[in-house]
Design a binder for this molecule. Structure first.
Ligand code: HMG
Ligand code: MG
Length: 298
């Protein structure tokens, strides 16, 4: 049941960097994105049009989106939580945007300052106006396997929110284990519930690795037919509204796993490790990718 091909959505420049306290220059972000493209990544989440008071690191979203180099087959996307964000994104000709909700009321409040139902009301015009401008919209659902404020989250709630976002017109729903608390059985139960409402080929797995379970959870998801994986080079990241959340699963580790399973990704692992080494050096921290570290040492 493993998919033959997997699309990797590289979220390092956004999810990976949004929580970094020290300033990272726009030039360094653009250099990272160039390295990622060179490694063969074709879906890159490059920026986030959110309030710079809430997430200062993403304050240069306009400059980043203006600076990315166009390549055939490469899509750069950005988060847009509301119409203000969408307008700023459309002004720089963004190709794809994403709205982001959650299956937890408390997390939604802390993250985007509204309830789940208010968030859906806000997203509806973002989706319709983006579509009217010919821009694809992806959706995120956070806290799919647990919430930093509420603990357990029912798979039925994840399915409900995912379905509403899919019905709204989002082409894909990315399921976020925001705090990385999931395990393989939880992953299965969650995906069973969600895929009963949204087709499996419209789902993506967005797993953080806080508890070291992301790869094994991805293996469970792959076995159920999930064929889109979000990952962050060097395992960068964390969410500012999920204290203690570690980075996304490292892209290098995901590519190594997929290669071992005989699944096509089109990504050059050596070049990807170069991207990881570059950004790790910029932020002055060693890579959180085991594969990246092993390749660097070999
Ligand atoms: P709010 O305060 O409720 O919004 O924030 P508001 O409409 O009342 O506006 C307040 C101020 O924000 C105003 O400025 C607006 O202009 C400004 P002021 O008058 O005070 O100077 N503002 C904006 N500025 C720039 N861009 C915008 C924008 N909107 C309003 N788009 C808002 C609501 C959503 C904007 C705010 O809560 C926010 O920015 N939150 C940040 C959320 C965030 O970025 N979280 C991290 C990403 S989600 C994530 O990481 C999870 C994910 O990876 C999946 C997973 O792992 O689970 C996706
Ligand atoms: Mg995330």
């Amino acid at each position: 049941r493993l998919p033959k091909q997997v699309r990797i959505v590289e979220v390092g420049p956004r999810d990976g960097l949004q929580n970094e306290p020290q300033p990272i220059s726009t030039a360094d972000k653009l250099q990272l994105i160039d390295y990622l493209v060179d490694a063969g990544l074709t879906s890159i989440e490059a920026a986030s049009f959110v309030s710079p008071k809430w997430v200062p690191q993403m304050g240069d979203a306009t400059e980043v989106m203006q600076g990315v180099r166009a390549h055939a087959g490469v899509t750069y996307s950005a988060l847009t939580p509301n119409i203000k964000g969408l307008q700023a994104a459309l002004a720089v000709g963004v190709q794809e945007v994403a709205v982001f909700g959650a299956a937890s009321e408390s997390f939604t409040q802390k993250n985007i300052n509204c309830s789940i139902s208010e968030s859906l009301e806000r997203f509806a015009p973002v989706v319709s106006q983006a579509q009217a401008a010919g821009v694809k919209v992806r959706a995120y659902v956070s806290c799919v396997m647990g919430c930093p404020y509420e603990g357990e989250i029912a798979p039925a709630k994840v399915a409900e929110v995912s379905d509403l976002l899919y019905q709204m017109g989002c082409y894909e729903v990315s399921l976020g284990d925001t705090v990385g608390v999931g395990t393989p059985y939880k992953t299965q139960a969650m995906l069973e519930a969600v895929s009963a409402r949204v087709p499996m080929d419209k789902l993506a797995a967005h797993f953080h690795d806080t508890y070291g379970q992301a790869l094994v959870n991805l293996y469970a998801a792959l076995n159920m037919g999930v064929a889109v994986i979000d990952a962050s080079v060097a395992g960068l990241g964390g969410c500012p509204y999920a204290k203690g959340a570690a980075g996304n699963v490292a892209t290098e580790d995901v590519v190594y796993l997929l290669q071992g399973l005989g699944i096509e990704t089109g990504i050059d692992l050596a070049k990807l490790s170069t991207a990881g080494a570059f950004i790790s050096q910029v932020i002055g921290r060693s890579s959180r990718s085991k594969v990246g570290l092993a390749l660097a040492a070999s």
